[in-house]
Design a protein around this ligand. Structure first.
Ligand SMILES: NC(=O)C1=CN([C@@H]2O[C@H](COP(=O)(O)OP(=O)(O)OC[C@H]3O[C@@H](n4cnc5c(N)ncnc54)[C@H](O)[C@@H]3O)[C@@H](O)[C@H]2O)C=CC1
Ligand SMILES: CC(=O)N[C@@H]1[C@@H](OP(=O)(O)OP(=O)(O)OC[C@H]2O[C@@H](n3ccc(=O)[nH]c3=O)[C@H](O)[C@@H]2O)O[C@H](C(=O)O)[C@@H](O)[C@@H]1O
Length: 463
């Protein structure tokens, strides 16, 4: 086993050692992001031990199976790397830590209920690494952490827990810039790789390692805190931008225009990139990262927090819009049967953390509706945990549904037979339904008029 931090080997000899498998890698966390990352590391180095506390994840990987769905190329890559002996998994953290000279951390870094970064899982991995780290080792943090974490927590903690001097091992933050559904593409070269070490030698080693992982350029930041901030700034930009789009979506009725049409046109000049209005911002990244920053700075951050308020208000806005639209059709949401389409936070991704569907279901229930929910990626008990009645997509037409709210446009919804429903009033949160022959209000675009599947004369009502 060769350690790269402060090695006397030349760069070429280090690259050769990496490719030969003489610099073993441990990847802690084998989820939607960790599994593809471990597989790419295995292809590049031939010697990766994945570590996960989920025994099923470990068992499936060691059987050459891929537990992460809808990632093009990943099942084949996992099977190939396990088959050739380049990738294995264990639930035993110390076994992984003892085996490796490069330790890559990609476990959840969630937000607590009081909106503070919760690094308990991350901390447990630091404890694990400290049991097996050796001089020359490198610690790479890929999961998103508050600014200053690598410098102020990772390095001193491992130094104290392992007995090594901080001059004997490296620490760098190299953010995962990957979106589910395109993980391999993103990991191997869609964007430049950001690396930032707690010292120059850590930055150098991280750059050398990622030179074997990505075909894109490596951007070496001044230090780890700058690199951590890059990742967070990407998320802040996205959340604030989406909040602008949502605020424009909220004033659509005042303006009497299709705001989506206007945004698309505004974005035709290079200084404008307004995102899309929707029913809310979910996932364990974009809605949570802002608090990784605001919780760590003294200065007031009104824009960041106001954007969070706007985005967190969209689920209620969306559900209330259905009440308004039923009212315009002369019907009452009180006692109505309403189906929520899509409970996960994004299409094709079985992830429910911070999903906008939670707020949509809650508000519909508060308005007195009988709420059903359809999500082809989730088990019934998960859907029911949100307070809605789980319904299989192919059984939805057997219910006497008055209204629907499209929160997450899974591809399975493309096959809905809208003619099988009568007198529907629909709110389309994502602008993906088009003309379905029912009264549809699209967040951002407003109401459509074509109602071919209408049997009850509406009271008309003003628009
Ligand atoms: N999901 C995304 O789109 C992106 C996520 N990230 C970062 O990556 C982190 C992980 O994201 P995902 O892979 O989507 O999460 P995930 O929930 O899909 O997977 C997390 C994995 O970590 C495992 N785990 C939990 N505790 C552990 C422990 N103590 N030791 C070892 N393994 C443990 C879980 O069993 C699970 O397999 C996120 O928190 C975020 O910071 C970064 C970019 C994109
Ligand atoms: C710029 C970008 O695409 N960032 C990605 C993002 O991934 P994530 O899976 O969180 O999805 P997302 O597309 O940002 O969507 C987050 C939430 O925001 C909503 N959303 C997104 C874009 C938009 O215009 N309007 C909108 O309402 C989505 O519906 C979803 O509920 O965040 C990831 C992260 O930072 O962890 C990052 O690695 C991914 O590349």
């Amino acid at each position: 086993m060769i350690g790269l931090y402060n090695t006397t080997l030349s760069s070429t000899e280090q690259q050769q050692a990496l490719r030969r498998g003489d610099v073993p890698v441990a990847v802690y966390g084998l989820g939607k992001m960790g599994l593809p990352l471990a597989a790419v590391y295995a292809k590049a180095t031939g010697n990766v031990t994945g570590m996960d506390i989920d025994e099923d994840v470990v068992r499936q990987l060691n059987a050459g199976e891929c537990h992460v769905g809808k990632e093009p190329g990943l099942p084949e890559l996992v099977a190939e790397q396990v088959e050739r002996g380049a990738l294995r998994a264990t639930a035993d953290g110390s076994e992984a830590a003892d085996s490796a000279a490069v330790h890559v951390i990609i476990v959840p870094t969630p937000l607590s209920d009081d909106k503070e970064p919760d690094l308990a899982i991350f901390q447990s991995v630091l404890d694990t690494i400290a049991t097996g780290i050796a001089p020359g080792d490198m610690v790479i943090v890929e999961c998103t952490v508050p600014p200053g974490t690598s410098r102020d927590l990772v390095a001193p903690y491992i130094e104290a827990a392992s007995g090594l001097s901080h001059e004997e091992f490296g620490v760098a933050f190299c953010p995962e810039r990957t979106a589910s559904g395109r993980a391999l593409e993103d990991i191997t070269g869609a964007y430049p790789k950001i690396v930032g070490g707690v010292d120059d030698e850590s930055t150098r080693v991280a750059a050398l390692i990622y030179g074997e992982i990505t075909s894109n350029e490596i951007i070496e930041m001044s230090d780890s805190t700058t690199a951590e901030s890059v990742k967070l700034f990407e998320g802040l930009y996205r959340d604030v931008n989406i909040a602008l789009a949502n605020e424009l979506g909220r004033i659509r009725d005042d303006l009497g225009i299709d705001v989506r049409e206007a945004i698309d046109a505004a974005n035709t000049q290079p200084f404008c990139n307004i995102h899309e209005p929707g029913p809310g911002v979910g996932g364990h990244c974009i809605p949570w990262y802002p608090y990784f920053v605001t919780s760590r700075v003294e200065t007031e951050t009104p824009l960041i927090l106001t954007a969070r308020e706007v985005n967190d208000g969209m689920p209620t806005f969306t559900a209330q819009k259905l009440g308004d639209e039923l009212g315009r059709a002369g019907r009452d949401i009180e006692g109505a049967t309403v189906a929520v389409l899509g409970v996960t936070y994004r299409p094709g991704v079985a992830e429910i953390r911070a999903t906008p569907a939670a707020g949509v279901i809650e508000t519909l229930s508060e308005l007195g509706a009988n709420v059903l929910a359809v999500d082809p990626l989730l088990d019934d008990d998960v859907v029911a945990s949100f307070g809605a009645t789980p319904v299989a997509l192919d059984e939805l037409a057997t219910y006497d549904v008055d209204g629907m709210v499209l929160v997450t446009p899974h591809e399975e919804f493309d096959d809905i037979d809208w003619a099988a429903f009568d007198d529907l009033v629909v709110v389309d949160g994502r602008g993906t339904l088009g003309d379905i022959g029912h009264r549809v209000y699209t967040i951002g675009s407003g109401p459509t008029e074509t109602v071919s599947h209408q049997t009850v004369a509406p009271d008309g009502g003003d628009r």
